[in-house]
Ligand binder design. Sequence first.
Ligand SMILES: Cc1cc2nc3c(=O)[nH]c(=O)nc-3n(C[C@H](O)[C@H](O)[C@H](O)COP(=O)(O)O)c2cc1C
Length: 183
Amino acid sequence: MKIAVCISGASGAIYAKRLIENLKEHELFIVISEIAKKIFKDEIGIEFDEFMINFKAKIYDNKDFSSPLASGSFKIDACVVVPCSVKSLSAIASGYAENLISRCADVCIKEKRKLILLVREMPFSSIHLENMLKLSNLGVTIMPPCPGFYYKPKTIEDLVDFVVGRILDQLSIENNLFKRWGW
Ligand SMILES: Cc1cc2nc3c(=O)[nH]c(=O)nc-3n(C[C@H](O)[C@H](O)[C@H](O)COP(=O)(O)O)c2cc1C
């Protein structure tokens, strides 16, 4: 699959890290905002560029509108914004495509392609909720990272893998990252 992973400036860089690690067999196109790079370094402890050395992914600057991701003529199967800040959520909900992340999401919406937003904020304001509802009604998958606890997670990695496993489910990618209910 061709998958765009867009990383915006919300807490939860570990979700992006773990998702990328689990998409090794796929063609990856990565965009990360400036603030997201800083958060990645703060939360993970290594520079994003250093982490990405191990992967074949194509990485684009968030201002690079010459990237193929900026055009609907370039076919991708899905885009995941992980984590998705409420600022990026707002830009996507209003079609204000002033950077490559919001443009890539905007293209997915207009081309009716799979778009998944891991919106991270707490609590949500009515503005955030309205933006999420608007996008959900357009077919966008809204999945704030809310791990379940029925499989008795022991570690942070268990919690993260539950969320990442559910993203992979949404992408129809087989995975055993978490214990499913009833198994
Ligand atoms: C350490 C740190 C953590 C942040 N966490 C969040 C968050 O969880 N959710 C959120 O919506 N914004 C968060 N922000 C604020 C966003 O980074 C800010 O609104 C920024 O403009 C988002 O830009 P981007 O979506 O283009 O990356 C955080 C900022 C910092 C510095």
